[in-house]
Each structure stands twice: as structure tokens, then as C-alpha cells.
Design a protein around this ligand. Structure first.
Ligand code: ZN
Length: 185
């Protein structure tokens, strides 16, 4: 949800290049994948729970990557995933000439970074500066942060994100209409 909110905000505050419907849909999917990708290092995460052999692969990967909220939850991780995804898109470009890969890349990265920002509001924090093994969080006092999978997260943070997004769409209604109209022609 945070990934989508972040994407909405960026999309409606920046001049967008002309994109095809295919690019728009793929960018949305890339945004969602980017939003859960950092939890690749967490075996219990939705990312792995939703795959048939995810439990096993997740546990193995966790051991390789050093455990929950490790490399993929840091600036180095942002860089590595950004680079990796960039190369993946480059390989796919010849097969999908209609897709604007730079838009898709940005959508993925916005999702990815928004995940780390949201994780920073949780008790556990995020090791932004790995290999320096300090976990950062906001607010700095742990007691005031949100507990992952808690009542607070499900019934306050998640609905709040939806409300923010609806309000944001409301504020930019004309822009969204123009955006959609552009495709429906
Ligand atoms: Zn995470």
C-alpha cells in the first residue's frame, strides 16, 4: 500500500513521459514487486509465503543473506537491487519494445524505497548503513514506533495509507481524469 501511495505521489507531482497502457500496467506490477522485494531476506514475509516452495527457499536465502532485515534493507541493498533490476530490464527490452523500461524501473525503485521507509517506523528499525550494523528507526525512541503485524499496523497504519491515497487522488482528480482519458481514447 505504501508503495502505491508513493507511486501516486511521484506520478502526480512530476511531468510524466507519454507511456503506453502496457507500460502503465507493468509499472504498477513492478511497483508492487518493488514494495515487497526487500523482504526477500525474511522467510515469513508475504513475498515467500505466497510462493509454493517459498518457505524452504526463503529459509535458505535468509541464512545466505544474514537474516531478517539485512542487506536488502539498506542503502547498499537499494543500489544492488536497482542495478540488478536495471540489467534484468535491459535483457527484456528487445522482447518488449512497447514498454518504457525507465518508467518501470522507477516504479520498482519507488516501491522498494517506500518499503524501507515504512519499515523504519517499526520497532525493529532498518540497518540503512550496512555494513555498519546499526538499525535506525523513527521516531528514535522505540516505544513510539509501530509493532510489525500488530493491531496498530493493520487497523491504523494501513487504513491511514488508504485514506492518504484517496485524499491525494481527490486533490488531483482532474489530472487523473486526464491521465486515464489519455488511454481510453
Ligand atoms: Zn521489510
Amino acid at each position: 500500500m505504501a508503495a502505491f501511495v508513493a507511486l501516486s505521489i511521484v506520478t502526480l507531482t512530476h511531468p510524466l513521459p507519454e507511456i503506453t497502457l502496457a507500460t502503465g500496467i507493468t509499472a504498477l506490477v513492478a511497483n508492487m514487486i518493488g514494495g515487497i522485494a526487500p523482504d526477500i531476506d525474511q522467510p515469513t514475509a508475504p513475498f515467500w509465503r505466497n510462493l509454493p516452495i517459498g518457505g524452504y527457499v526463503g529459509r535458505t536465502l535468509t541464512r545466505l543473506l544474514g537474516g531478517h532485515r539485512f542487506l536488502s534493507h539498506s542503502l547498499v541493498g537499494i543500489f544492488l537491487f536497482g542495478l540488478g533490476f536495471h540489467y534484468l530490464l535491459q535483457i527484456l527490452t528487445p522482447s518488449f519494445p512497447k514498454l518504457d523500461m525507465s518508467v518501470i524501473w522507477w516504479a520498482f525503485m519507488i516501491g522498494f524505497v517506500s518499503h524501507l521507509v515504512m519499515d523504519s517506523f517499526t520497532r525493529e528499525g532498518v540497518p540503512w548503513l550496512l555494513p555498519i550494523p546499526i538499525k535506525f528507526g523513527f521516531p528514535p525512541i522505540k516505544k513510539f514506533r509501530v509493532e510489525t503485524d500488530s493491531f496498530m499496523e493493520k487497523f491504523a497504519v494501513f487504513p491511514a495509507l488508504i485514506v492518504i491515497n484517496m485524499y491525494w487522488f481527490y486533490l488531483h482528480y482532474d489530472q487523473i481524469r486526464a491521465f486515464v482519458h489519455h488511454y481510453v481514447k
